[in-house]
Ligand binder design. Sequence first.
Ligand code: GZL
Length: 325
Amino acid sequence: MKRRTMIGAVALAFAMSVGTAAVAEGLPPLEKKDRYKVGFPQMESNNPWRIAETKSFQDTAEACNWDLVATDAAGSAAKQVADVDSMIAQGIDILFLPPREEKPLIPAVMRAKAAGIPTFLVDRSVDPNVAKAGEHYVAFLGSDFIDQGRRVAEWTLENFKGDKGTIIQLEGTTGSSPANDRKKGFDDVIAKHDNMTIVASQTGDFARDMGRQVMETLLQAHPDVNIVYAHNDEMAIGAIQALELAGRKPGDDVLVVSIDGTRDALQAIIDGKMGVTVESSPFFGPLACEVMGRYASGETIEPWVKVEDRIFTKENAAKHVDEAY
Ligand code: GZL
């Protein structure tokens, strides 16, 4: 650790002396070398999206000369913090962190920086009022979750056939940046339309079975629901199961709309049970490799390396279902 901190300080002094912008003020540099010890502390593996993301890092490791240290926090932010601290102690060269929730991982991000380890946040971010890209971590690699929520709402407004929309919202993991922002993006658009009402909004923790259970409960309280907005496809599939168990016909008397682009969601769209899913790609391995290479070459990385998302509907789901995860 001491050696690494000293290298960091020397590298920073060199960069400042020759006037290059090799690293933004205070960020640990990444020296160029043949192989890197890369930390990837995954938050959980309870859904196809998470599994696809982890596989993307594993599949990239050899091509990018990584000795990958990957862990699984099984849905616990506290365990994810412990996993980060363990990786710091192991002397990783770089950290790619998908923070499960916006706040609990911030101290670990600070400890990585103090240890001279550059951090990139992938797929979720941290509270921007506390930790900032370019200062505490290098950059966030991920989608625009507000825009995803906005696009789902706009598609819903264009394609809902009824006069009055009665909406149930299934939120993602409480305190996570995708849940916060997908809610904001959707709610802000819906609020502008008097004929659309969100009658309930509750977390299903991005999980299929919890999504099903929450939908069963909310359906009892709101039998007049005719739109279900799920923050991810797993909860949307769970909601479809709950609706069918209750004798409803998703796609006919309830419009189900979602985000991610999983294989099961594309199949549900093909089967007429889901209306739309806005893509949120889990394939971060190659992007992490490319951005890491730029950083090691001394480039200043933009604070948000934004991933562009497609939209899947009955017009194109069949074309893409075979490539889906
Ligand atoms: C989005 C990611 C979300 C997915 C969910 O980048 O954080 O977490 O949308 C996953 O499926 O659980």
